[in-house]
Design a protein around this ligand. Structure first.
Ligand SMILES: [Zn+2]
Length: 575
């Protein structure tokens, strides 16, 4: 491809709304183009890289026994009502009506559609197992789209669904997909980590998230350097503090004026924050978005509440709970903002973290302005509706597996795999007849990869202050030939010769034959990040060129023939 003919518009300035490197660089290289907030189009170079990522995914999915299909992005509401997700998915589901008022959505995921196909097409155990996938545009009506392709409202995803006869079959399918994902992300040039994850709005029993490590990532992971433990912070289990054998002291009301926070009350009473109970107050909503109850959650004072664990404990969708108006909740339940404890509360769901019942003589709010209670003990002084782990595993906390101090890291979620089990097949009636002619629910798994987000993650991990540094495998082109003076016939002829030789050998090559100053061309070549750069300049008369890899600082003067040979070799090795 000749740059003089290519539709390419690079930007010198950093666009205002772009905050992170991938967003800035994908806009500056002209690879993506914003249409409206969270919705992007792809220009020639960007689309080539997207297609390379898709090709890698297709090859590995096919290798693992997947069969590609393509379903519509438009999905009828009826199927989502059957699975119970028309409500559960919440406001991120992009809903629309047709001219007759019938409800549809633009699919953020396709469990319902694939389950619907399978329930009509599969009837016998002989037809299982099966793995179907698609690479398709998905929609999520994000409240705050940001970071370019990282959190967008329209995005390209690969989603695969496995259908098995039983749990053992699902375990095998899951392992195959897990292994395929490791190959895919490795081939894309990503440094990543598979971590245990929450199943969220997709549901099911087990899940792993594939996280590309990056400081700008929105996924926070907890991991252990001593053992294999690695999980999203949302999911990571927490070790309870050891139970106390101290004697229960008498409950005592103490005057603690103005001490609204845990820090203030602990300082005031001269006790540790780990000797207090922290309260967090919520209101929940029903399907009509009407308030339908209050929730008080309690963790040890020095802990942090884990919202995902609380939502899972309550078995409600993420969007149906928010912080309560304390005054309103106080009138209904007896809580008092800043002075709420688990005693003296009524008419609300009390969720208590699993370690609190084992601890003795804690300090908690007295549900009375400017007062706390000392020596609060579970059983004697308060009871819970739910007792479970609702605390966050923090950096430095003991590893739940081996006890070593936990570390945190940030990353970009580029893929996630789920063991769905029979969640969808049971709610939607997808069954097969086993060897004994007995109806059994089909056991399902689902497996997603964010294609556009993977592109952004690659840029996050491969760039410098001058631009992108593409790994060969997903680079829009393998090599770029920069001609210093295209009007100089010797230079033009040599460049043309190299261009033809490389193209004939299967190298995807760009020829920068634009009538621009050399400085502009070099800047653009660095910005675009094409892995191999060959510069044809004054040495053309002696058939020498300058050879440079984008990832290295060194450049070398070598003969054109050697430059061609080296380029072909490195491209074949790394593409
Ligand atoms: Zn460990």
């Amino acid at each position: 491809m000749r740059l003089s003919k290519m539709h390419l518009k690079t930007l010198r300035e950093v666009p205002n709304e772009a905050e992170i490197p991938s967003h800035i660089l994908l806009l500056r290289t002209g690879m993506i183009r914003k249409l409206v907030s969270g919705v992007y189009g792809f220009m020639p170079l960007g689309w080539r890289s997207i297609r390379k990522i898709e090709d890698i995914i297709r090859q590995e999915m096919d290798q693992a026994g997947g069969q590609e299909i393509h379903m519509s992005a438009v999905q009828p509401a009826e199927l989502w009502e059957e699975s119970g997700r028309w409500f559960a998915y919440g406001p991120e589901l992009w809903r629309l009506k047709d001219r007759n008022g019938r409800d549809f959505c633009l699919g953020p995921t396709h469990e319902e559609i694939f389950t619907d196909i399978i329930r009509s097409d599969v009837s016998s155990y002989r037809q299982l197992p099966l793995n179907l996938y698609q690479i398709q545009t998905k929609y999520r009506d994000e409240a705050r789209p940001r970071f370019g392709l990282m959190r967008s409202r329209e995005f390209i995803m690969k989603d695969a669904y496995s259908f098995d006869r039983d749990q053992a079959g699902l375990d095998r399918s899951y392992e195959e997909m897990y292994a395929a994902y490791e190959k895919i992300f490795t081939r894309c040039g990503l440094t990543f980590r598979p971590v245990e994850a929450d199943t969220g709005a997709i549901g099911g029993s087990n899940s792993h998230e594939f996280t590309a490590l990056s400081e700008v990532g929105e996924s926070e992971i907890a991991y252990c350097e001593k053992c294999q433990m690695a999980a999203t912070v949302e999911r990571a289990e927490c070790v309870d503090a050891p139970a106390s054998s101290a004697e229960e002291l008498p409950l005592e009301e103490v005057h603690t004026p103005g001490t609204k926070t845990i820090e203030e009350v602990a300082d005031f009473l001269g006790i540790g924050q780990d000797e207090t109970i922290k309260a967090l107050l919520f209101v929940t909503y029903d399907e009509e978005e009407k308030e339908n109850g209050y929730v008080a959650a309690f963790v040890r004072g020095d802990r942090e509440l884990n919202m995902t664990k609380l939502i899972n404990a309550l078995k409600i969708p993420e969007h149906s709970i928010e912080f309560a108006d304390e005054e309103k909740m106080g009138a209904a339940t007896g809580c008092v903002g800043g002075f709420t404890g688990p005693t003296r509360l009524h008419d609300c769901t009390i969720v208590v973290d699993s370690e609190l019942p084992g601890l003795r003589n804690l300090c908690a709010g007295a549900c009375k302005t400017d007062y706390h209670l000392k020596n609060v003990n579970y059983g004697r002084d308060y009871k819970a509706d739910i007792i479970t782990d609702i605390k966050t595993l923090k950096e430095g906390d003991p590893c739940p597996v081996c006890g070593a101090p936990i570390k945190h890291a940030r990353g970009i979620e580029v893929g996630q795999v789920f063991k769905l089990g029979t969640k969808y097949s049971e709610s939607m009636g997808a069954t097969y007849k086993d060897e004994n002619q007995k109806e059994q629910p089909i056991v399902m798994g689902c497996y997603g990869i964010g294609v556009t987000r993977t592109l952004a993650a690659v840029v996050e991990q491969h760039h410098d202050e001058n631009g992108i540094i593409w790994p060969m495998s997903v680079a829009p082109y393998h090599a770029i030939i920069t001609v210093m003076k295209p009007d100089d016939q010797t230079q033009a002829d040599l460049a043309e010769h190299i261009y033809n030789e490389l193209a004939a050998a299967g190298v995807e090559v760009l020829l920068d034959d634009r009538k621009e100053r050399p400085g502009v061309k070099f800047k653009d070549a660095d910005l675009l990040g094409i892995p191999v750069r060959i510069t044809v300049g004054r040495g053309a008369a002696d058939k020498t060129i300058e050879y440079k890899l984008r990832r290295d600082a060194d450049k070398e003067e070598i003969s054109a023939d050697e430059g061609i040979a080296r380029t072909i070799e490195i491209v074949n090795k790394e593409k």
